[in-house]
Design a protein around this ligand. Structure first.
Ligand code: HAM
Length: 414
């Protein structure tokens, strides 16, 4: 019986995993240097967690089912709601701000296509307990530095959901109508948006896109709408910090984001060459989510990379991945010396990546295999040399060979 893997899921052979681990380590080591600490939460959550405020888009695409106890559970479609739940459960007493990161698979029942999977990985950070522009700036800056550390070129787009929400509130649109507007912005269904709001000022505002001058334009457009104006000032403060650290950006006041919990700054990163699914990062501020889950009012901001798309982008932009390296292949010349050869391998494994023949092959075949592995050295173990406490060290590139005392091997391998 042949069983295929579910649509939209993937297997990752060793070479792929090597590349993925390399990239994950680069990103995570940067997060650690910014003093973010790793957390993990269940793959399975109560579906209610994401129904509350994640939005129509996520709700439609969730893997929901009943467990054997009749409870409605889901495979997590994203991490932010889980992190907020976890904050309420176990992180709320930590010193603020709480700075955490995660790297794990998410599940969305979407139509699979290039760059869009049903199981995909996110690597992200959440900064909980700071409501200032410094926190907004830090997460955006960290996302940019992460991309740079991978050698990726990207475009950063910044918006502010609060500008639009405050304006809509002043115009009398209730929360569900506001959510709908933001949903249409995210899906690009502008005609529906116009139909729904009927207010020219909203339609004009969401079209504003460009550099800092956009903020002045929005400012004059919003005269009389004080709360919306105040949020423009918030955006301007973050932009000021980004400019002072030489970060390029585009402002897009029509940025929707597919998730409903955002309350302030939102941002996305896009890369060239990935076709339609070119958004490699999304994030923003969600100041009310923790409270919604029964916690104390706690402002929060974060982002997540679509890790699979980051990898695709690196391939697309010609970033070279380091080869996995095998330092040494140990070659026992006959079965009788295999256990002694294994002892030599074990010692070397304290410092090097070492493989040993496990197929009882002839020396010539073992060396061929060493070449296939890209091993730098072969350590040939024969009975004669062993009786003198020696092995033969072969440089695989040049073919040079010499007998070396076993206790000097480690030094010789460099
Ligand atoms: P999101 O924009 O829904 O935000 O997802 C973040 C990233 O995950 C996207 O930018 C995209 O690169 C990737 N992604 C989304 N769906 C798929 C898919 N089907 N296949 C491959 N990659 C995908 C969030 O999930 C928020 N939790 C981000 C956040 C963290 N906001 C604040 N903190």
């Amino acid at each position: 019986m042949k069983v295929v893997k579910p649509r939209g899921t993937r297997d990752f052979p060793p070479k792929k995993m090597h590349e993925r681990n390399h990239v994950r380590e680069l990103i995570e080591s940067l997060f650690v240097r910014y003093n973010y600490e790793e957390i993990l939460f269940p793959t399975l959550e109560h579906s209610q967690l994401f129904m509350v405020k994640s939005g129509e888009e996520i709700g439609e695409h969730m893997y929901v089912f009943q467990d054997k106890g009749g409870r409605e559970v889901c495979l997590r479609p994203e991490a932010t709601a889980s992190v907020c739940r976890m904050f309420v459960d176990s992180l709320r007493d930590l010193k603020k701000p709480v700075k955490v990161y995660y790297s794990c698979p998410m599940f969305r029942y979407e139509r699979p296509q290039k760059g869009r999977y049903r199981e995909f990985w996110q690597v992200g950070v959440e900064l909980l307990g700071s409501g200032g522009c410094e926190a907004d700036f830090e997460v955006i800056y960290l996302a940019c530095r992460s991309m740079e550390s991978l050698g990726l070129e990207f475009n950063l787009e910044i918006g502010h959901i609060g500008v639009l929400r405050n304006l809509m509130e002043d115009l009398g649109l209730d929360e569900s109508a506001q959510d709908k507007v933001i949903y249409y912005l995210d899906t690009g269904e502008e005609d529906k948006l116009v139909e729904l709001v009927g207010e020219q000022i909203i339609v004009d505002l969401v079209k504003l896109e460009g550099g800092r001058e956009i903020l002045d334009k929005a400012g004059s457009m919003l005269v009389g709408y004080d709360r919306a104006q105040k949020t423009i000032k918030e955006l301007s403060d973050v932009v000021g910090l980004l400019e002072s650290l030489s970060v390029d950006y585009t402002i897009d006041l029509g940025m929707g984001r597919g998730l409903e919990y955002y309350t302030g700054i939102v941002f996305e990163m896009r890369v060239e060459g990935l076709g339609a699914e070119n958004q490699v990062c999304g994030g923003g501020r969600y100041d009310r989510l923790i409270e919604l889950f029964g916690g104390p009012p706690t402002p929060a901001v974060g982002f997540a990379f679509g890790f699979d798309r980051v990898l695709d982008a690196m391939k697309e932009q010609g970033v070279v991945f380091p080869e996995r390296k095998v330092d040494v292949l140990v070659a026992p010349v006959k079965r009788e010396v295999w256990s002694e050869a294994y002892k030599v391998a074990s010692r070397l494994r304290e410092d090097f990546v070492v493989d040993i023949d496990l197929l009882n092959r002839k020396l010539g075949r073992i060396l061929e295999h060493g070449n296939e592995l890209g091993a730098r050295f072969a350590v040939i173990v024969g009975p004669k040399e062993l009786s003198r406490g020696e092995v033969t060290l072969r440089d695989m590139a040049s073919g040079d060979q010499s007998d070396v005392k076993i206790e000097e091997l480690r030094e010789r391998l460099g």
